[in-house]
Design a protein around this ligand. Structure first.
Ligand code: MLC
Length: 489
């Protein structure tokens, strides 16, 4: 399916960097390259994504229909993603690490007509079936014309995010939201068609999709996709593809530090860190060894990106920077961060009540984060209104883990908290009160969470306690649990 270019034979391609994409159609710019020495130019990308859109259309997908996308990063994943959007259908990304139960929830809630998924056996009974990202099982492309002129407010993505109220809910983003989110980054980060981004992020969350892919296409730039993050593979991709940018979560930079490879990022024009707080000590190590301070920015599934440190000007450690142009950010009386702008989603799919609660009466979205400004207008995130844990850039809501644990008969009370960790930022810990003062049956509890929750949500620390510390209102004192853990010998 993907065409081979003659000149590509001379291109030094690291076998572990799977894909190079350039949306730009410059003669010198390849569009897609794979470990099999396959390249796609900008015009081929145009044809292949139109073909993907036509295949979806022939299979029966209509504009506005939801299509589940749950795939590892690859050429085919990118083509399918763009194909769904070109047809005017709605992408529903799902983490490939979700258990069957988590995937089932997303399917039941978003009612996709079709699933594009690495392992088709994981989803059943969709109206138009299930296909692999190669799309070979879909009808042959007949040249049917795809002329999409969808309005900006047409839905484009439903991004699932867990919450304080139990099961994950889908943030509904329009085409205009995604476009505004990527356009502003292209201008703020001075992205040009000469840029080449090493993309080692998952292609099922806002960081990898809304920032990595969308902004690259908006800029007409290139991507080297590393299908699974690995320090050596990223270094090789940077070197072999003369990359200019790398975006990562702090855990990725911590792994560079631990491997003593930060200096290998020094040739890049831009290093961006997001999805979790970047420890100022790690910030300083990157600045020292990679020769430039990383750009910290702030985003969410519901909003694409809100703020960023500047390309030109001071990049402050511990700050997520200033509001992006066109995006307004304010703090309420308790420091709660609120946002309004063309990037902000319209609500949660099918959840009227939760949508109403998420917005103020005058239309600002309550992010759930607590912030403060400095005198230069830089925002610092100093806390969270919810008990959200961020581990390796993934959000984990304690409520979801606690609910899973309560399913086990021996658990009579439980609190899940985040413990600080040098590599993961935070790790998940469970404090459990068991029936009859019995010891924890660890393998039984691990089985309970293993059946219900993706690996990143599962506790890594287990403690049996006689009772949970509570305040006068009966609310669990998670700070006390964290403090107790710090004091442990
Ligand atoms: C993997 N594991 C994790 C984990 N990732 N556990 C906790 N937290 C995580 N983030 C589990 C694995 O399943 C495995 O479990 C064990 O940890 C060791 O796995 P590993 O091989 O060492 O991990 P790896 O696969 O290398 O993944 C680490 C990672 C990955 C950092 C590359 O977590 C990652 O890609 N993170 C980025 C997440 C992201 O894109 N976030 C953006 C959200 S959008 P076991 O049981 O098998 O041993 C957003 C908005 C914004 O937040 O602003 O960007």
């Amino acid at each position: 399916m993907v065409l081979t270019r003659e000149w590509a034979k001379n291109w030094r391609l690291n076998p572990t960097a799977a894909v190079l994409i350039a949306a730009a159609d410059g003669a010198a710019n390849p569009s897609l390259a794979s470990i099999h020495q396959q390249y796609v130019t900008g015009s081929q990308l145009e044809l292949l994504t139109a073909s993907a859109a036509r295949r979806f259309a022939l299979a029966g997908v209509r504009p506005g229909d939801r299509v589940l996308l749950s795939c590892a990063s690859s050429i085919e994943t990118v083509l399918a993603y763009v194909g769904i959007l070109r047809l005017g259908a709605v992408v529903v990304p799902a983490n490939i690490g979700y258990t069957s139960a988590e995937l089932e929830h997303v399917v039941t809630d978003s009612t996709p007509v079709l699933a594009v998924i690495d392992d088709p056996s994981r989803v059943s009974k969709l109206p138009l079936g299930v296909t692999r990202p190669s799309l070979d099982a879909l009808p042959i492309d007949t040249g049917l014309s795809i002329e999409l002129d969808a309005p900006h407010d047409a839905p484009a993505m439903i991004a699932y995010t867990s919450g304080t109220t139990g099961r994950p809910k889908g943030a509904l983003l329009s085409r205009g939201n995604l476009l505004a989110g990527s356009q502003v980054l292209v201008s703020e980060w001075a992205w040009t068609s000469d840029d080449r981004l090493v993309h080692a992020l998952p292609m099922f969350h806002m960081h990898g999709l809304g920032v990595g892919l969308n902004a690259t296409f908006t800029a007409g730039a290139s991507i080297v996709v590393v299908p699974r993050f690995d320090v050596g593979d990223v270094v090789a991709a940077v070197r072999d593809h003369e990359a200019t940018m790398f975006f990562g979560v702090p855990t990725m930079y911590a792994r560079f530090r631990d491997a003593d490879r930060l200096a290998d990022l020094s040739g890049l024009r831009l290093l961006v860190s997001g999805s979790a707080p970047l420890d100022p000590v790690l910030f300083a190590a990157i600045a020292d060894e990679a020769g430039q301070a990383p750009i910290e920015r702030y985003g969410m599934s519901e909003t694409v990106m809100l703020t960023s440190n500047p390309v030109q000007g001071q990049r402050k450690a511990g700050s997520v920077g200033r509001p992006l142009p066109g995006v307004s950010v304010r703090l309420d009386d308790e420091g709660g961060v609120q946002v309004i702008g063309p990037n902000v989603f319209s609500g949660y799919w099918g959840r009227v009540e939760e949508t109403r609660e998420a917005f103020t009466d005058d239309g600002w979205f309550r992010t759930g984060d607590i912030g403060e400004w400095d005198d230069d207008g830089y925002l610092y995130l100093i806390g969270r209104a919810s008990d959200l844990i961020i581990t390796g850039g993934y959000n984990v809501y304690p409520r979801e883990v606690e609910d899973a644990l309560r399913e086990h008969a021996s658990v009579i009370d439980v609190a899940v908290v985040g413990l600080p960790d040098d590599t993961w930022g935070e790790t998940v810990a469970a404090f459990i009160v068991t029936r009859d003062d019995s010891d924890i049956d660890l393998s039984a509890l691990e089985q309970v969470v293993g059946e219900r929750l993706a690996a990143y949500k599962r506790p890594r620390t287990w403690r049996r306690v006689n009772e949970l510390p509570r305040n006068a209102m009966g609310k669990v004192r998670r700070d006390v649990l964290r403090q107790q853990e710090r004091m442990r010998p």
